[in-house]
Ligand binder design. Structure first.
Ligand code: HT7
Ligand code: ZN
Length: 869
């Protein structure tokens, strides 16, 4: 397979003004007829041939301006259809047949359960018909669907419904989308579905119909998504001035889906796990994920659909910006500090690992073999952090001016990341040239800090140094523009007022210091006592910070920092120090530390969700990211020792906290209740570790629970307690209760597969034989294989290599059937270079075994070949 380069980008030679598609959904195949009104682009070469993309299509006929072409007038290649001689303007008509029932890759048009659905991003449309399947070709689409009226009473496509006809036993419906769009935003759904409806009145007073379509058994699980949708629509009007632009907005839930959801114009398609919820079946975490994803897909209507990407190297233009927007929305709906903690956690565990590994790539990549491999945490989450830094630099008002200009200037266009930055610059009169390095340089910058306090001069001199390690294909990185939000805290725990020199490097409003060179020294004046430094407040830049601070200083920050994010960060750094010092599996808390955590647990004025995070140990993956050489077994043991020490020394406080937060009120998926449940259930998880009374309480909670959050928390606490018999009893009860609900069964699979107490490779192989498991369903694969390789780290890294072998087997099994899922599963196998030598060799051997197989998909080939370099 060969790579595609950003530098090779050329404008398309042809445009497609209108696209009319007719789908005849037949028993075991679908006939697709397309009518494209096309013209040669002005700056295209005069005689350039038309080269359309197409994959796995059975071509039936090609006509130009109503005349059927003879086979010698066009050429069908492996993945192209070329027509050499064409006029300036013409109407191209193509008929082809496709086989949705045989489509296991879940790209293009496929079957999920009894319904038809599509997934066209990034390059799935070419599996439907021959087309210019690239995002800078935007067209106005009309879609006709003809199918058996009884089997498929619901037939949907983008835009507004324009016609419905009965045709002896069949029905034909027609949809028209007035907004021009690239083919990746096309969607079609047909099935026997029910819908929940509502309406929304936009800021200019237009009424929009809202519909969520689901299979009949799920009709009681749509309320929350509908509510989240209305809140998202209002929020986008209020915060970004963006109004919805069609008469109808539809969401469809499907069971078989490679990712979370898809923002097709007016017809979002969702993985059912990301939209369906009711209190009995969905946890608080699932509710929050649903809210965030509904918002994310809705926000794409402007950041992605109205203004789209010129090419796939610009993917972060829509994804980074939209993640940034959905994160701000979630912060407004719940706690901003907690949301920041969650996002920083993902950056530090998953994105930093990607940026330090073989698949490291810039937010705007230079090349790829398979674009599906680039829907990554770097494009999404680091992309969002980069947008967040622009907001830190410009301030909230300046950022809004920039986004207004961006949407106004580029509405209806396919543009680049630099067009976005240019709008921010032009709206604010700032030069962001230096800042753009964040888009081009891969890798996580390291920032070290050294400070010297001069009591006589009342100054603090702070020297910051930055360096960014080499990444594959990129050496000798240049300094970045790093916004360092900071505070100096006095002995009374209060922030000190400061003056900074050079003043030009300091934005007083936001307390941000601008680090732009490899090394810079800043002098703070009027510092009346030796302060404690609080750096990178609010996770102001996605960097690794090296700043020597003692455990006493960290404890001080944990108790006093006015920045909630840095309170949590100080706690994590402190716990990391403990875990490092517990390498011999023994650990004891100091009195000061015990008392500090005890008072956090007792402090009713604090947000319980925040306290829950303050008392959560860094995950094994997080600890690994902060280790030079990763020894998963040692990390597991040391972390467990610290966990036990916390559980035992704070047992009374955990029990008191648990009892205080118990509530008999009925379940509500609202922020305050979710926060209380999160701390209550964290307290339970420690209590269970401390003594047998915790396990009894877990069983009482499990039995009494009227909601999945409490039921699942009790189950997880029991499974992780190490009492195998009790764990099995609850697991059996759970399955007996929920075997009819696929989404709940997936949670049941993943609790077991992701548990350090249960998830050995042998156990996973037995789960793969369970009737509830199905290789064709990505959610089930993720629930078992994904949970095992990403969460049950001590078993995935078993010293006999059985975990690595299991993952490699799964990748090979899925390589042909579903290459996207096969490739996504591979992530944990690419980290071999940082492991202790014995593990490293075992892991590499499995990569080599995969590489040695013939016919690897492009997706799998790209990840494995890059990982072995
Ligand atoms: N924009 C959507 C991307 C997506 C996707 C990409 C590749 C293969 C399958 C996919 N399903 C959805 C999702 C989003 O970011 O909103
Ligand atoms: Zn997205």
């Amino acid at each position: 397979p060969k790579a595609i380069y950003l530098n090779d980008y050329r404008e398309p030679d042809f445009r497609i003004d209108t696209t009319e598609l007719t789908f005849a959904l037949e028993e075991d195949s679908t006939l697709v007829s397309s009518k494209l009104v096309m013209q040669r682009n002005q700056n295209a070469e005069n005689n350039a041939a038309l080269v359309l993309h197409g994959q796995e299509l059975e071509l039936l006929s090609v006509s130009v301006d109503g005349k059927l072409l003879a086979p010698e007038q066009y050429e069908v290649g492996e993945e192209t259809l070329t027509i050499a001689t064409l006029p300036e303007r013409f109407v191209l008509e193509i008929q082809n047949r496709i086989y949705p029932h045989k489509n296991t890759a879940l790209e293009g048009l496929y079957r999920s359960g009894g319904m038809y659905c599509t997934q066209c991003e990034a390059e799935g449309f070419r599996r439907i018909t021959y087309y210019l399947d690239r995002p800078d070709v935007m067209s106005v689409f009309t879609t006709h669907i003809i199918a058996d009226a009884e089997k498929y009473p619901v037939m949907l496509s983008n835009g507004n419904l324009i016609d419905e006809q009965q045709l002896d036993g069949k029905r034909k419906v027609s949809w028209h989308d007035p907004h021009k769009k690239p083919a990746y935003l096309f969607a079609l759904v047909a099935g026997d579905l029910l819908c929940s409806s509502d309406e929304f009145v936009t800021m200019s007073g237009r009424k929009v119909d809202l519909r969520i379509f689901v299979e009949p058994q799920n009709i009681d699980k749509t309320e929350y998504a509908l509510d989240a949708l209305k809140r998202s629509m209002r929020w986008d009007e209020e915060v970004y001035g963006r109004e919805y632009d069609l008469d109808i907005f539809m969401i469809v839930a499907v069971d078989d889906f490679n990712m979370g959801a898809m923002e097709n114009k007016g017809l979002n398609i969702f993985n059912s796990s990301c939209v369906l919820a009711n209190p009995a079946t969905a946890t608080d975490a699932a509710y929050q994920r649903i809210e965030a994803i509904v918002a994310h897909e809705y926000f794409h209507n402007w950041s992605g659909n109205r203004v789209t990407c010129r090419d796939w190297f610009q993917l972060s233009l829509k994804e980074g910006f939209t993640v940034f927007r959905d994160a701000s929305f979630s912060a407004d709906m719940h706690s901003a500090t907690v949301k920041r903690i969650e996002d920083a956690n993902i950056m530090r565990t998953v994105q930093f690992a990607e940026d330090g590994g073989p698949m490291a790539h810039p937010v705007q990549p230079d090349s790829f073999i398979e674009i599906s491999n680039f829907y990554t945490v770097t494009i999404y989450e680091k992309g969002a952090e980069v947008v967040g830094m622009i907001r830190k630099i410009l301030g909230t008002e300046g950022f809004r001016k920039g986004s207004d200009l961006y949407f106004e200037r580029h509405d209806g266009q396919a543009v680049t990341i630099y067009d976005f930055v240019a709008a921010m610059e032009d709206a604010n009169g700032v030069d962001l040239t230096l800042f753009k390095r964040w888009y081009k340089q891969a890798g996580t910058p390291r920032v070290s800090a050294e400070s010297v306090y001069d009591a006589a001069a009342q100054t603090l001199t702070l020297t910051l140094r930055q360096m960014c390690p080499d990444t594959p294909g990129q050496t000798g990185k240049l300094p970045m523009w790093i916004p360092v939000q900071l505070g100096l805290i006095g002995g009374d725990g209060q922030d000190m007022a400061v003056n900074v020199e050079p003043a030009s490097a300091w934005t007083a409003d936001s307390q941000v210091l601008h680090l732009t060179e490899a090394e810079q020294t800043f002098v703070f004046h009027g510092v009346t006592e030796q302060p404690v430094l609080s750096l990178f407040r609010d996770f102001s830049a996605p960097v690794k910070v090296e700043c020597e601070q003692s455990n006493e200083e960290l404890l001080f920050l944990l108790q006093n920092d006015s920045d909630g994010f840095n309170r949590w960060d100080a706690g994590q750094r402190l716990m990391l120090n403990w875990i490092r010092s517990a390498a011999d599996s023994q650990f004891e808390l100091t009195d000061d530390a015990r008392n500090a955590f005890a008072s956090l647990l007792a402090d009713e004025s604090l947000d319980p969700a925040m306290v829950s995070y303050l008392l959560t140990l860094p995950s094994e993956a997080y600890i690994a990211e902060f280790s030079d050489v990763v020894d998963p077994a040692a990390i597991h043991k040391a972390r467990k020792a610290v966990q036990l020490a916390l559980a035992e020394s704070l047992q009374a406080e955990f029990i008191a906290c648990y009892q205080r937060l118990r509530s008999d009120a009925s379940y509500q998926p609202v922020a305050a209740d979710m926060a209380a449940r999160s701390l209550k259930n964290l307290a339970l998880s420690y209590w269970v570790k401390a003594d047998a009374s915790g396990l009894q309480q877990a069983e009482r909670q499990y039995t009494a629970a009227d909601n999945m959050t409490d039921q699942m928390a009790a189950l997880v606490a029991t499974v992780n307690s190490g009492d195998r018999a009790q764990a099995q009893t609850l697991l059996d009860r759970f399955y007996a209760q929920w075997s009819g609900d696929a989404l709940v069964v997936n949670q049941w699979l993943s609790v077991q597969a992701g548990s350090a107490e249960m998830g050995t490779a042998d156990y996973i192989r037995s789960l793969l034989q369970h009737p509830a498991f199905d290789w064709r369903n990505p959610n089930k694969v993720r629930s078992v294989i994904g949970a095992f390789a990403n969460q049950a780290l001590v078993h995935f890294h078993a010293t006999d290599g059985s975990g690595y072998e299991l993952l490699a087997d799964a990748v090979l099994r899925l390589n042909e059937a579903n290459p996207q899922i096969a490739s996504r599963l591979l992530g944990p196998l690419t980290k071999w270079k940082r492991l202790v030598p014995a593990q490293s060799q075992l892991m590499k051997a499995q990569l080599e075994r995969i590489m040695a197989q013939g016919n690897l998909s492009k997706d799998v080939y790209e990840v494995v070949s890059k990982s072995l370099i």
